[in-house]
Design a protein around this ligand. Structure first.
Ligand code: ATP
Ligand code: MG
Length: 398
């Protein structure tokens, strides 16, 4: 049976809510892992442990994507008995010593006791186990400051210890589901997937909404968004994508409103559609990938004009970032490669020659009154498409 020990990040700081945060994280881990062979997930001594027969690479690949996990280790466990600990320590070093390309790798043992049931203190345990490892592998040398290999030992209560060589970094942040629900406006661009990830990492359960302008925009751009959401769905247990047909609304805006206002009006109507369905998804905030001044529609005045059409806060986690910074994040979280595929977004349809960059709320909403919003929204809502995503083993992300 494989053992994985999970350490969580800020969850530990939540005082009285701690139990609840831990339970949400455990539930998320169970849900994410439900696609691999049976995995038992338990809470134990301020850690979450996973015991499973499943292929380790699959499990660790899934765990790396789960917000709320600070880091985790593939571990072996034994009692507090020093000879058993020494035996396990030697076992743990076998594989890296066989595979190591380093000539004389350096090592260190670090022990942490959360239980004082042992007679030896942490330092003494490290020294003794280090000695046993050295005896077995005389090529190793001790380096306490910058070792090639570091054996971690944790002494838990009830005569249980764990040993591990590596702490694999997780996403950090908070478990999805602990910070409320949001609807994220996702285009096929670089920014909005990153913005969505930031909010999931802060514990927001995220429903995605995408506006698609078929037949003005091709099927490939819809597929690109589906691919992006498939990737982003690895960060939360279950994901919904709402695809909204937008061509008729754009045509109506072209026919009835001022050319320069088009982009701002597209945005306002996007919000109006979201307003009509937000309660289905219990959304209490919207998310966009906007950054001040990045494009004409993102001046502060224009952001005020679009936000005017909403009844809940618009969250813009990228608001102060440069494109270069956002691009770095996109590469880190794995969305960049999908985002740079060259397929247009609906906002490019009937783009004005000279877009308004200093929109005035009253003027824009006056222009919007030229639309028969009620009829347009009704028709649009009848034709939305809803897709759901779950972590799947078939997804090749390990
Ligand atoms: P991105 O790189 O995120 O596509 P962008 O640089 O293309 O953004 P805009 O076109 O001004 O900038 O879009 C700003 C924000 O509006 C996006 O980050 C996204 O949140 C939202 N948005 C744009 N197009 C769509 C769409 N087709 N469906 C849903 N939301 C959209
Ligand atoms: Mg942008």
């Amino acid at each position: 049976m494989n053992l994985i020990v999970i350490r969580y990040s800020e969850v530990a700081l939540k005082g009285k809510n701690r139990n609840w945060f831990e339970d949400v994280l455990m539930k998320n881990i169970k849900n994410h892992l439900s696609c691999v062979e049976k995995a038992i997930v338990r809470k134990i001594y301020g850690r979450i442990i996973v015991e499973t027969e499943a292929v380790l690479d699959k499990v660790t690949a899934i765990l790396r994507f789960i917000p709320g996990i600070a880091n985790f280790s593939v571990a072996t466990s034994c009692s507090h008995d020093m000879s058993e600990l020494a035996e396990k320590a030697v076992e743990v070093f076998k594989k890296p010593m066989e595979e190591s390309v380093l000539k004389n790798p350096s090592f260190k043992v670090s022990t942490k006791r959360s239980s004082k049931e042992t007679t030896l203190n942490s330092q003494q345990i490290s020294t003794e186990i280090g000695g046993a490892v050295l005896k077995e592998f005389p090529d190793l040398k001790v380096d306490l400051t910058n070792p090639d290999l570091e054996l971690g030992i944790e002494i838990w209560s009830k005569n249980r210890s764990i040993l591990y060589l590596e702490k694999i970094p997780g996403q950090g942040g908070l478990p999805v589901g602990t910070s409320g629900n949001v609807m994220s406006f996702i285009s096929g661009g670089i920014d909005s997937p990153v913005a969505s990830w930031f909010m999931m990492k802060r514990g927001c359960k995220t429903t995605f909404i995408h506006f698609h302008s078929y037949p003005f925009i091709g099927e490939q751009s819809r597929q690109k968004v589906v691919d992006l959401v498939t990737h982003l769905s690895r960060f939360q247990p279950k994901t919904t994508l709402v695809i909204v047909p937008f061509a008729d609304i754009q045509k109506a805006i072209r026919e009835s409103c001022e050319e320069k206002n088009r982009t701002i009006l597209y945005r306002r109507i996007m919000y109006r559609v979201a307003e009509a369905i937000k309660d289905r998804y219990k959304a209490i905030g919207y998310v966009t990938g906007e950054a001040v001044g990045q494009v004409a529609s993102q001046t502060l005045e224009n952001l005020a004009c679009t936000q005017d059409a909403t009844s809940i806060p618009v969250l813009r986690p990228l608001i102060g970032m440069d494109k270069a910074e956002i691009t770095e994040w996109a590469k880190k979280i794995g969305t960049y490669k999908i985002s740079i595929q060259p397929f247009d977004d609906c906002c490019t349809v009937f783009q004005p020659q000279k877009p308004e960059i200093h929109g005035i709320v009253d003027e824009i909403s006056g222009d919007e009154n030229n639309l028969d919003l009620e009829v347009l929204l009704k028709q649009t809502l009848e034709n939305i498409e809803i897709l759901t995503f779950k972590t799947k083993v078939e997804d090749k992300f390990w």
